[in-house]
Design a protein around this ligand. Structure first.
Ligand code: FAD
Length: 521
């Protein structure tokens, strides 16, 4: 600990209003606080930067040995692999953190926009390039499928409109505070909520736009970006396509881990203190106010605590003697992932940074995953090759393959058997679709499955994105960014509002720092 002490202690008064909305009354002090953040995931790093920049003294306690949580990297037999996220949208959210600290984001965090977002391949031999330019992408669809460019443009316009309506209300602010609903732009958005397309599934809506099943499948895939099922999840999730196709996809110069690494360096420069290899055992509470944390036998005092750990273990383990919000904690979880990291002894010039090899039976794939908690024999395979952008990530003449399929959350399945079966099917599929013997080219291998994701990041059931969004009320059933019961306790990261994925985790950190600014300083 730094030995830093706050000048005065401020406690906000909380009043419960009907419908889980909370009205907070601020004490009339202006204060800096001693704040502990549990976890150095992307949400924790962003919250640390924001709160330290607001003048608080922030200490981060992380169970792992380095920053990043799921957004991590590792080295294997001469290859570098990004361990988790590979798709990067809304880079301005990262830039904003540098700007807050008075830094030049372009110098500190260089990145590029991708001319081709994804290369899609179907079992019938069709290859579609999702060009970043929406017009070129629409034209590609017109040339290679039975759908018209104009329909794609109309769909992307609708997606933009949905984003415009939802982002103020559902993404950028706390959904659980009355003040959110009293703001002018929120009220405006609320008047348009009937346009959210929440009463039909994404698949149903997409079938209304497109007649070619390959195009429907392409746009249905966006449900997997928050671990959901397009045949069940509300069509509101079509907002996700807007991010990629209207705003673009990007790539940090040195690969995805650069996001974690550069934010960590920024936080250290600002004065945040980091404590790695420190698993927090308890969030200590006295008289309904947070008092700090406990690691082993050692109590560490704090004025405010922010948990960036998954909200389920936060309640089950760190707040074991407090009343837990059961309804929130028992919602179905999002999907997890099975990833093979392969060092490949050859180059594949036809492939891109992001590649999709679609299942021939997409609805069957989701049925197996969500109804049987199993893995389809013909899964959609996502292949990410960072060495296409960062040549140093693989030795000359080789490629680093991150081969991922979506799998159900971990629930005691026989993962050894599922992983072995899936590996066989993936290799057969890629060999068939690329016309090369894939297995003979794999020289180095490691595997990440839901058990390991849960063990290494404390993500309940190995879910990638917290709760699933298969339900139209999902946004309201996520945990708020503050504790309604314990004063001084806040939450950020993918398991709480507004949800999982890098952009939303970064927004959760912004909401937390805004709440703390409003209530405690
Ligand atoms: P997490 O990454 O969940 O980290 C939480 C941290 O808290 C961990 O470091 C953990 O060790 C620490 N912790 C937990 N409990 C304790 C404790 N008791 N004491 C101390 N420390 C503790 N998102 C995208 O935007 N694009 C993608 O392409 C994408 N692909 C993904 C692929 C994979 C394989 C995975 C796993 C995720 C992917 N995601 C993607 C999702 C994205 O990675 C997550 O939503 C995001 O990184 C989660 O960040 P977080 O802030 O919730 O923290």
């Amino acid at each position: 600990m730094t030995g830093w002490k706050p000048v005065l202690r401020s406690v906000s008064k909380q009043f419960l209003l009907p419908g889980s909305l909370y009205l907070h009354k601020k004490e009339p002090f202006h204060l800096a606080h001693n704040i502990i953040i549990i976890g150095a995931g992307i949400g924790g790093l962003a919250a640390a930067i924001r709160l330290q920049a607001q003048g608080h003294q922030v200490s981060v306690y992380e169970a792992g040995t380095k920053p990043g949580g799921k957004l991590n990297q590792f080295f294997q037999d001469g290859f570098r692999f990004d361990a988790g996220p590979s798709l990067f949208t809304l880079p301005e959210q990262v830039e904003e953190l540098f700007s807050l600290a008075g830094k030049n984001a372009q110098e500190e965090f260089p990145y590029e926009s991708l001319p081709i977002i994804t290369r899609y391949q179907y079992e019938d031999g069709t290859v579609l390039h999702a060009w970043a330019d929406p017009k070129a992408f629409a034209q590609e669809i017109q040339e290679k499928t039975d759908d018209e460019a104009a329909q794609v443009e109309k769909f992307l316009q609708k997606s933009q409109e949905l984003y415009g309506i939802t982002s103020h209300v559902f993404l950028e602010r706390s959904l659980h505070q009355l003040s959110t609903y009293l703001q002018k732009d929120t009220l405006k958005s609320m008047l348009k909520l009937h346009k959210l397309d929440a009463f039909r599934s994404m698949n149903r809506a997409n079938k209304g736009y497109f007649s070619d099943p390959r195009v429907v499948q392409l746009f249905n895939r966006y449900a997997t970006y928050n671990g959901s099922n397009p045949y069940v999840a509300p069509a509101t999730l079509n907002i996700i396509a807007h991010l990629e196709h209207n705003l673009g996809a990007f790539f940090p110069k040195k690969g995805m881990y650069q996001i974690s690494e550069s934010l960590y360096e920024l936080a250290v420069e600002l004065g945040v203190s980091f404590h790695f290899g420190q698993k927090v055992d308890e969030i200590t509470v006295s008289e309904k106010s947070v008092t700090g944390i406990r690691i082993g036998e050692i109590p560490i005092a704090a004025d405010l605590v922010v948990s960036n750990a998954d909200v389920v273990p936060t309640y089950r383990h760190l707040l074991a003697s407090e009343k837990a919000p059961e309804r929130t904690l028992t919602q179905p979880r999002s999907s997890s992932a099975l990833i093979f990291y392969w060092g490949m002894e050859a180059l594949f010039p036809e492939l891109d940074l992001h590649n999709i090899f679609f299942s021939q039976d997409y609805s069957g794939e989701f049925e197996t995953m969500w109804e049987e908690a199993g893995i389809s024999d013909d899964p959609t395979v996502y292949l990410y090759i960072s060495s296409k952008q960062v040549p140093d990530d693989a030795p000359a003449g080789k490629e680093n393959w991150f081969v991922m399929i979506n799998v159900p959350p971990q629930n005691g399945q026989n993962w050894d058997a599922l992983v072995a079966q899936a590996r066989k099917h993936i290799i057969a599929k890629l060999s068939r679709m690329l016309g090369r013997d894939i297995e003979s080219l794999i020289s180095s291998e490691s595997v990440l499955d839901p058990r390991r994701i849960e063990a290494e990041t404390s993500s309940y059931q190995g879910a990638l994105y917290g709760n699933s969004s298969n339900n139209r009320f999902a946004a309201f059933l996520r945990h708020p960014n503050f504790s309604p019961r314990i004063k001084g306790l806040y939450f950020c990261g993918g398991s709480v509002h507004p949800g999982g994925g890098i952009p939303l985790c970064l927004l959760s950190a912004r909401i937390v720092s805004d709440l703390i600014e409003k209530r405690h300083t």
